[in-house]
Design a protein around this ligand. Sequence first.
Ligand code: IVH
Length: 689
Amino acid sequence: MVGEEGKEAVKQYIADLRKKIHYHNYRYYVLNEPEISDAEYDRLFKELEKFESKYPELVTPDSPTQRVGAKPLEAFGTYKHSIPLLSLNSVYEEEEVRDFDERVRKFLGEAGGAAAIEYVVEPKIDGLAMELIYKNGVLSVGSTRGDGETGEEITQNLRTIKTIPLRIFSDAASASGVPLPLLEVRGEVFIPVRKFKDLNTALGEKGEKMFANPRNAAAGSVRQLDPRVTASRPLDFFAYGVGRAEGKEFSTQWEVLAYLRRIGFKISPLIRRFDTIQDVIRYHEEVKEKRDELDYEIDGIVVKVNSIKQQERLGAISRSPRWAIAYKFPAREEFTRVEDIVVQVGRTGALTPVAVLEPVPIGGATIHRATLHNEDELRRKDVRIGDTVVVKRAGDVIPEVVSVIKSKRTGTEKEFKMPDRCPVCGAEVIKEGPIRRCIGVSCEAQLKERIKHFASLRALDIEGLGEKVVEQLVDRKMVSDAADLFFLTKSDLLRLDRMGGKSAQNILDALEKSKKTTLSRLIHALGIRHVGDHTASLLADKFRDLESLRNASYDDLVSIPEIGPEVARSILLFFEQESTKELLAKLERAGVSYEKKEAGAGLLVAEAERKPLEGKTFVFTGRISMPREVAKDIVERLGGKVASSVSKRTDYVVAGEEAGSKLDTAVRLGVKIIDEEMFLRLTRKQKIN
Ligand code: IVH
């Protein structure tokens, strides 16, 4: 038993421990810059747990051990917000944003100084709005936005989110300072994209219901009656505003954000301050370009008048402030109807169910087909022929069917069953996890894909050998493997539909040119399962010639740090095949050769050494046929840089279809504008004028 004095000392010791843990939590979760090892953190945490179990009367709700303490609820209570959480008017067009700016200026009166308006721009996080109430620095109530007036009280769930501080200090970086007696913090709860995917995989493996998107996952997780379930979900929180703040006056939104950051909240790194609406519009474009690289979903930007005084003068009309607006990105999801479900056979025989859609425009392109990924996904989403579905197109990824609108079913929809035999060659189909695979050795669908891959940009880069040509060559049995391409004659090619003498000659020239290649391109072109261009260049670096690679043992292969057992086995299996031996012999006969290089000189290095685009900056705008990452990679391999916005320092703007405001800027600044074809020519010839 400890005496009163001893008890005080214990209390102090526990308080110090908590402070340390709060501080290290902040370093780890909010700043992403831990100062101590995980082991050291665990030690502190265990020490606190030990003392708290010895002195349960000293446990406080803001203790870091109390994130997941509460028992499951029967139902959530309601919570009335003291100041309503407003919603935002949305706009999509540049014109509408200019109108907003004009309205703001007019309302504030030109006399008030038209120049004196500043805007703060924040990303519009696609999550759920929450309010957190801190009394004397301790999180006491957390609630959802609800209808803006009244939400649900979900305090015990919000407590489980690591980026929501249980206790705030006036300075989180030193875990010190007296907090405000009352502070209401507003922000968005969300689930990061990558973690959402992991969560869905895990749920699927357990046979539980998966979520359609990160927002639904966040909504479903934060409204769990059992806080232990919420705690197991990868929820995160960005703060963007305050409600009541007793004892503190803010003069700008920018100040609010800086304050929230200082007291320990995570603030989006994408926030900016601008003087003109033109800059806001440009930034909208920039963020839109970055959208796919972010690890959280955003559906636009929020533009807010910075000055709180001006905000107050502007006020609100029916729940939406006049001082802020959501400037959304074009929608990525649309509704359409599934006309049919077909099966595509890939290069490695994988069978992919694909929905044939009633054509629908999404984000500037017309979508005709969308992937259903595999059998498990098809079954999970329960997509039937005739269904109305939500289709999503995100950046350069293949469009996918997100979900079915079941309420639109009429009963005439037809279920689809994956075939037991390859729809193209009739060979047997085996199941590997969720994937069905055709094991036919002479499957024409696989052959077409293999040849397309062989000729593709990052493999042998055979210009002019497009999809239509490859399909005819295979259908007419003019080739039975990729090496046969090199034995085609002009009269062979002239037999194809819509093939003139000039195109035929171009293809022959391209084939001839492609025979001189590099080892890593050649390895990549072979289409060994699990060997993409990166692994190919690792193999080329290690083995230097095809012969050594062919003779490599399992141990030789796995001695390369990035090559694991599965990839090694796949390489061994590939070289054991009779068809591979034939293919390689034919390639040799055709005269395919690669530069023999010293170790370490793969394709990447060889091209980088020449760096013909050194010092050149490219900006892409609009739609081009290759994925942006590929275009970017081409530029970077040749030593150039890709920027997201046009400036005087930009050397080339590559404009695709429906190029946006960047094209206007390029015209205005006199930057050289080229199309995709010129871009490819430029990078192929690697000559800059
Ligand atoms: S401010 C008066 N800022 O958008 C301003 N909202 O329609 C009210 N949201 O319910 C909100 N990111 O869920 C604001 N940086 C941000 C936001 C943001 C996402 C959401 C929030 C709100 C909705 C408004």
